[in-house]
Design a protein around this ligand. Sequence first.
Ligand code: ADP
Length: 186
Amino acid sequence: MPEDFSKAINGITISLHQGDITRENAEAIVNAANSSLMGGGGVDGAIHRAAGPALKEECKQIKAMQGPCAPGNAVITGGGNLKAQYVIHTVRPIWRGGVTNENQILSNAYRNSLQLAVENQIASVAFPSISTGAYGYPLAEAAAVAMAAVKAFIIQIDQGAALKQVRFVLFDDFTYQAYKEALAKL
Ligand code: ADP
């Protein structure tokens, strides 16, 4: 397993870790959700299984109040049985060849997740590799969008913000290496 790799920008550390996000002890983990917020396959299913039924219940209540969540937007719930105190659910884009604004939606997903973290005084947040599994986003492009979005957010962050750590928890070595390349170029 590769060593963790990190870079600090504006007092905030961006770090990469290979592993399972459901075991992460960041204050908040981000879920690659869909508009229904009702769970699905991949990392979404894994997070819902590990968190237990409280997560779906909270998502149901949010959906009842707000309706379906639009791609690129994010909502926050408690963490249920997870170590993480919060789950930030962001609706990710489906890759359709790059002609349906996928990069903007993916970038918004990262930005809006970080914004929710800041609004909730969260110090550490962990992301999976959003959209690069079943949703088919090309890995190198998604990693570059992720890093650019995180950097753009943290260079303008209020100095009083609690946020100090942005982590990427990447399931496999191939994904880890793609994010390492993107972070190295940042
Ligand atoms: P998407 O539909 O957004 O592509 P997937 O869940 O299919 O979502 O895949 C997104 C990424 O999440 C992939 O790199 C996949 O390997 C990874 N992944 C799946 N399970 C986990 C997990 N428990 N922790 C971290 N990453 C995971």
